[in-house]
Design a protein around this ligand. Structure first.
Ligand SMILES: [Zn+2]
Length: 161
């Protein structure tokens, strides 16, 4: 059995900027509205697998962290990121482009790129931590997450819990 949240319908969304270094189109800084959909598999503990409100709060917290930020993948080998006087300089090594951005506008993420795939893995990990952090949930056996980059395209991944 599972329960599901549709990111678009349940308003689990955020808007953010990113770029994919060296990509002919996506290499320029641009933005998307993203939606995060979640499926939790398990058995009912009492009436619920997990309370919808509890799960929504976990997902919303992660969305809020990324909302209206410039997302930067700090493990991307194609970038050199330096911080100085309240600003980040992001250098795209191959094309010698530089972006200088206020630190508060940027969120550095511990991922390899700001693709839908890598964002999905990030959300999967963060949501699993949130579910475990709310106490033992031995009835929950699996977690699926899909991150849509605009309507109609997205990346999904899953883990056993
Ligand atoms: Zn994009």
């Amino acid at each position: 059995m599972f329960i599901e949240l549709d990111g678009w319908m349940a308003k689990l969304r955020f808007s953010a900027s990113h770029l994919i270094p060296d990509h002919p189109k996506c290499g320029r800084l641009h933005g998307h509205t993203y939606a995060v959909s979640v499926r939790v598999e398990g058995t009912q503990a009492g009436e619920f697998i997990i309370d919808f409100i509890e799960l929504k709060d976990i997902v919303k917290d992660v969305c809020n962290r990324l909302d209206h930020r410039v997302l930067v993948a700090e493990n991307d080998p194609r970038l050199k990121i330096t911080e100085e006087q309240g600003h980040y300089t992001m250098e795209i090594l191959k094309s010698c482009k530089h972006y200088v951005l206020p630190r508060d506008d940027v969120l550095l993420l511990p991922i390899n790129s700001v693709s839908a795939e890598d964002l999905c893995k990030y959300f999967l990990n963060e949501i699993s931590v949130g579910i475990r952090g709310n106490g033992p949930a031995n009835n929950i056996t699996g977690l699926h997450v899909r991150v849509d980059e605009g309507i109609g395209q997205g990346a999904g991944c899953n883990m056993d819990l």
